[in-house]
Design a binder for this molecule. Structure first.
Ligand SMILES: NC(=O)c1ccc[n+]([C@@H]2O[C@H](COP(=O)([O-])OP(=O)(O)OC[C@H]3O[C@@H](n4cnc5c(N)ncnc54)[C@H](OP(=O)(O)O)[C@@H]3O)[C@@H](O)[C@H]2O)c1
Length: 332
């Protein structure tokens, strides 16, 4: 089969499009012909490598998969359109799970065929096309989990960092459907226009304006009910500063670094909470499908690349020039 393989960590040049052996059947597992696989920032982390994480080479990236079942099992039939819930029990103390195609032993969806545990197979909801369905398993599920953990109700105000990102654009769409007031942050005017179209009530261009000043002005100095922070070291101090009394910061990512310098006094004196979010459960994924269908919400797709053009897709994500999900067309 055709696949993109990495044999060492590094820049986009370590991504090798080549022919490798098909995965063979293993008890309790299903083989899926991958139709589409969304690109996530996790793919960049795994490609680059992280000091405290291991992967055995050769490795196939790609955690966000929609495809076609090669053989049936249980209530699933051969040829069924499915998606793959990406979490696998980690076996590591105090770590909830590892992710298919991520740092772990399962190969991912940058390949025509992928072998995954049968319990990770979910029927593709009819409301979504295969290309849309592959975008939901990571960014959308995490955004959904974060919004649930924020406890926000209709009318509450939330700040969502990085409107153009997978997680940020998903959170804006879902928060809008939940009836929240949305402040979001971008780094240029083009992204600002797209963020407004998506439904943000206030868009702050961080290249021109101060996020704290603009947020406090908009909220009459009260601050926001919650912040969705996937950016990490650079944004944590700001996220804490702009929370209202009793506000919640929900964190899932470290794009700008994993060690932040924060004002602890500002945090506790307003009785704020910092809550971590790691993907979401399979039942949350199914609840997300139902919610999006009931609200007639479809994921935002930025662009589609052929699998062989994987380096271009990674460069686009690293340049942050996307708005929404970058998708790989694998074997459809
Ligand atoms: N915990 C989990 O389960 C989970 C799940 C999904 C994702 N994540 C993590 O969440 C993060 C986002 O993932 P993604 O796939 O959505 O990434 P992505 O599409 O590559 O987006 C990265 C975003 O970071 C923003 N950004 C970069 N530097 C910034 C700065 N200094 N200030 C403000 N914003 C900045 C970019 O905004 P500009 O373009 O405006 O610079 C862009 O919107 C990654 O770290 C990923 O690993 C975690």
């Amino acid at each position: 089969m055709k696949a993109v393989v990495i044999r060492k960590h590094g820049g986009p040049d370590v991504l090798s499009y080549e022919e490798i052996d098909d995965p063979q059947p293993v008890k309790g597992h299903a083989i899926v012909r991958v139709d589409y696989c969304a690109v996530n920032h996790l793919d960049i982390w795994v490609r680059n490598g992280l000091p405290d994480k291991q992967v055995s080479f050769p490795h196939v990236l790609g955690c966000d998969i929609s495809g076609t079942l090669v053989e049936g099992f249980g209530r699933f039939k051969k040829g069924d359109k499915v998606i793959v819930y990406p979490a696998i029990q980690s076996g590591i103390p105090r770590v909830s799970f590892s992710i298919i195609g991520g740092f772990g032993r399962y190969h991912g969806g940058y390949a025509e065929l992928v072998r995954v545990p049968q319990k990770n197979i979910v029927k593709k909801p009819d409301w979504f096309s295969s290309i849309e369905a592959c975008a939901l398993n990571v960014s959308y599920l995490t955004a959904w989990n974060m919004l649930k953990r924020s406890g926000c109700k209709k009318g509450n105000t939330i700040l969502i960092w990085g409107a153009n990102s997978g997680v940020g654009s998903a959170a804006i769409l879902l928060a809008k459907a939940m009836g929240l007031r949305i402040i979001t942050v971008v780094s240029d005017q083009n992204k600002a226009g797209l963020a407004r179209k998506l439904g943000a009530h206030l868009v702050i261009d961080r290249s021109r304006s101060d996020v704290i000043v603009e947020t406090l002005k908009y909220t009459n100095d009260h601050g926001v009910d919650a912040v969705i922070d996937h950016v990490g070291a650079k944004t944590w101090p700001i996220s804490i500063e702009i929370l209202k009394t009793g506000g919640k910061m929900i964190a899932c990512g470290t794009t700008t670094g994993a060690e932040a310098n924060v004002n602890i006094r500002a945090f506790y004196s307003k009785e704020a909470s910092i809550i971590g979010a790691y993907l979401g459960t399979k039942s949350q994924l199914i609840a997300l499908h139902k919610f999006m269908k009931s609200k007639k919400v479809k994921p935002i797709i930025d662009s589609t690349f052929e699998l062989r053009d994987i380096k271009l897709a990674h460069k686009k994500m690293e340049g942050s020039s996307q708005f929404g999900k970058i998708i790989l067309k694998v074997s459809s």
